[in-house]
Write a protein that binds this ligand. Structure first.
Ligand code: CP
Length: 319
């Protein structure tokens, strides 16, 4: 069935570029895919005969698998290329790698890279859609969109809702993208954690910085936990993981500071017993696995919208 959705982007590089209307368009398409999935109508025809390349030059479980599932649910063929298995290890440039993929007639590239800005660069050197699956500490737009979609399912609307992001904000692309995305949807964002990982400079993004954990949790409608991103830290930002957990880990006692109906989120991977108590991660307040499931339909929506725009095809959705 054709829909009156409007979408004018070939690539998805950052939520910063999206208007609230564009974010809502992604969610309308994701809702249609979710309803179809729940009716066991999982496979859709919209990318039939197309080839989607997953170029993952940094480790990933959820994002890579969710993109693979999303592309395959849209009937595309998928190819996954990881850093260790590519000729990038032999000195080939990213530009040459990407242009070879386009020459092999790939129709879209999904890229994760340790360098901030790499997907943006790629989108300038190939004439096929490029989707950012996480670049350095810069942005993780599809994670922020699936997080907001999950919150909207819980709360209906985010205007005036208070969301606390707790953990390693400084090195987190998830935090940056969520701060931007949640505020575009009307939420108030507080960021919390040790001052070395939650610098005051983030207030320039509109978030409230809070180093008092009880204060940061008590008005939150949702708390989003982040792991410590050792892979991006070049110096020590707190004495030990044990001390981090004792000061900022979310445990059952601290969860009582939250409102009774507040939900617990985490983009994964979880470090159980560090930023979150294992029992809380598995409790009925946790929506962590719902986030993962929503990652499929939000990514189906993004692949579908970007490809339709690139080819000038009318947007169709499951009825
Ligand atoms: N949330 C997230 O990006 O997880 P992965 O690193 O496993 O993809």
């Amino acid at each position: 069935m054709s829909h009156s959705l409007s979408w004018n982007r070939k690539d998805l590089i950052d939520v910063e570029h999206l208007s609230r209307e564009e974010i809502e368009t992604i969610f309308s398409a994701a809702t249609a895919f979710k309803q179809a999935m729940e009716a066991d109508d999982k496979k859709q025809p919209y990318l039939n005969g197309r080839t989607v390349v997953n170029l993952f030059l940094e480790p990933s479980t959820r994002t890579r698998l969710a993109f693979e599932v999303a592309a395959s649910r849209l009937s595309a063929d998928t190819i996954t290329v990881t850093g260790a298995a590519s000729s990038l290890t032999k000195g080939e440039t990213l530009r040459d790698t990407a242009q070879n993929m386009a020459a092999l007639k790939a129709d879209m590239i999904i890229m994760r890279h340790s360098a901030s800005g790499a997907p943006h660069y790629l989108s300038k050197v190939v004439d096929i859609p490029v989707i950012n699956a996480g670049d350095g500490s810069h942005a993780h737009p599809t994670q922020a969109l699936l997080d907001a979609f999950t919150l909207l399912e819980k709360f209906g609307a985010l205007d005036g809702k208070e969301i606390t992001i707790l953990g390693d904000i400084l090195f987190s692309r998830v935090a940056r993208s969520n701060i931007i995305c949640l505020q575009k949807l009307g939420a108030k964002v507080t960021i919390a954690g040790p001052s070395t990982l939650v610098p005051k400079a983030f207030e320039s993004m509109g978030a409230t910085v809070c180093h008092d954990l009880q204060k940061a949790l008590k008005n939150a409608d949702a708390v989003m936990l982040l792991r410590i991103q050792h892979e991006r830290q070049t110096s020590t930002h707190f004495p030990s993981l044990g001390e981090y957990t004792s000061m900022f880990g979310l445990n059952k006692e601290r969860a009582q500071w939250l409102k009774p109906d507040a939900i617990i989120m985490h983009p994964g991977p979880i470090n159980r017993g560090v930023e979150i108590d294992s029992e809380l991660a598995d409790s009925n307040r946790s929506v962590i696995l719902e986030q993962v499931t929503n990652g499929i339909v939000v990514r189906m929506a993004i692949l579908h919208l970007c490809y339709c725009h690139h080819k000038g095809i009318e947007i169709e959705l499951p009825s």
